[in-house]
Write a protein that binds this ligand. Structure first.
Ligand SMILES: [Fe+2]
Length: 407
């Protein structure tokens, strides 16, 4: 009799475990409904004063790309005449063997400068809208602003991206006024791993759904001349070098700053030509370049040094943001490879926002500050009239480097 009770208990336990497993399976399926927008991110594409771009993936829904936008933040309703509706493009991408995603890209345009909007993204079916989120267009006359610089989040597992999420949380804690983020490349370790991309966007969800994430192409984004996954996740200015993959080199303006993003992974010579014409056409007071492999960062990329640095020198680029080295470095102001008293270009690499740290490289003549603190870092760059202030912090909020550039 006692033995029979034992069997019954075991049987009940097994049934409970089975129910539990089915429940977990079902709840995961619900959470990953095919129409639910995944990896939703906002970027600048057109004029930041009047437009804003959005990109997201869904399961293979064949649905449309629909964005609803409404002015203000309180008592928001997405029903009614004041709701702006934008349609974009949907393409299909094989993300794993036999598994397809729909890639949705929409640009909201005709917006008012300096205005806060709420939006939601969906596939037009009326189901599975994204949670509403806010964004603010650039003010008409932006004299001063701040942006955040991070690099090499480069995770594999979900926990790796917790580090990246924490880094951005602290960055926005210290720079709540930041207008956008520049990420200097190597966002994930394996670009074909879509799960990693999902973690990358999920862990930074409050930030990347509202503040433009302007990415640089790293050696983990463009591999063997292919940057399909990177391109599928960002809707970026299409004004770059003609021979580069669209979205891997581009430029944009914000306030008194011209930001130019270059792709170190191919076609450096063609981009040098484009860079020259891009900078010639700019009348902005400040020029900031963003590249992945560094010119002056402990390791030196030969084609960057040979092709781009002469153009940086010629046009007096103020600051070059770099990645790739997974350590912190900041150069003296340099011109033609020499340290200069005034003018010159400062080259900064803000360690990593992810799990991987390299051993500190040998000190070089051009290093003004150079260390490996083995902790995630970010920088806040504030521009105000004739002054640029750069502050680099670790993820715990400790200020580790600071400098000022003047015009
Ligand atoms: Fe890297």
């Amino acid at each position: 009799m006692i033995r029979n009770y034992g069997y019954w208990l075991l049987a009940i336990l097994l049934v409970l475990v089975a129910i539990g497993l089915i429940w977990v399976e079902l709840s995961q399926k619900v959470a990953r409904s095919p129409v639910e927008p995944q990896s939703l991110v906002t970027t600048f594409k057109g004029d930041p004063k009047t437009s804003r771009a959005f990109t997201w993936h869904t399961g293979d829904t064949k649905g449309k790309a629909v964005l609803q936008v409404v002015k203000g933040t309180s008592e928001i309703s997405f029903e009614g005449d004041e709701v702006l509706v934008f349609q974009g493009s949907t393409t299909t991408l094989e993300v794993d063997k036999g598994i397809f995603h729909s890639v949705h890209k929409v640009e909201a345009s005709g917006l008012e400068p300096g205005t806060t909007y709420m939006y939601r993204a969906g596939d037009g079916s009326g189901e599975g809208w994204s949670e509403p989120a806010a964004f603010k267009t650039e003010a008409q006359n932006t004299g001063s602003f701040t942006f955040i610089n991070v690099t090499d989040s480069q995770g594999i597992k979900e926990q790796d991206f917790d580090l990246w999420g924490k880094t951005l949380n602290k960055a926005f804690d210290i720079f709540p006024e930041a207008a956008f983020i520049v990420h200097n490349g190597d966002l994930t370790e394996y670009p074909e791993d879509e799960e990693a991309w999902r973690h990358f966007f999920d862990k930074a969800r409050p930030w990347v759904r509202s503040y433009p994430l302007m990415p640089v192409t790293g050696n983990h984004e463009q591999v063997d001349k292919n940057a399909d996954r990177f391109v599928s996740h960002f809707d970026l200015p299409a004004n770059g070098s003609a021979s580069s993959i669209t979205g891997t080199s581009y430029s944009f303006d914000y306030g008194p700053v011209h930001v130019v993003v270059l792709n170190t992974e191919s076609k450096a010579k063609d981009q040098a030509q484009w860079l020259r014409s891009d900078l010639e056409a700019s009348d902005k007071k400040w020029i900031i370049a963003a590249i992945h492999r560094p010119a002056y960062g402990g390791s030196q990329d030969e084609s960057v040094l040979k092709r781009w640095v002469p153009v940086f020198d010629e046009f007096g680029v103020d600051l070059v943001l770099q990645g790739h080295n997974h350590e912190y470095s900041r150069s003296y102001p340099l011109k033609e490879g020499k340290i200069v008293e005034s003018g010159g270009t400062v080259y900064a690499t803000v360690n990593t926002s992810g799990p991987k740290f390299n051993e500190k490289k040998d000190d070089q003549y051009y290093h003004q500050v150079h260390f490996q603190n083995i902790n995630q870092m970010f920088a806040g760059i504030h521009i105000e009239e004739d002054r640029l202030t750069y502050k680099a912090y670790d993820v715990d909020g400790k200020l580790l480097d600071e400098f000022i550039l003047k015009h």
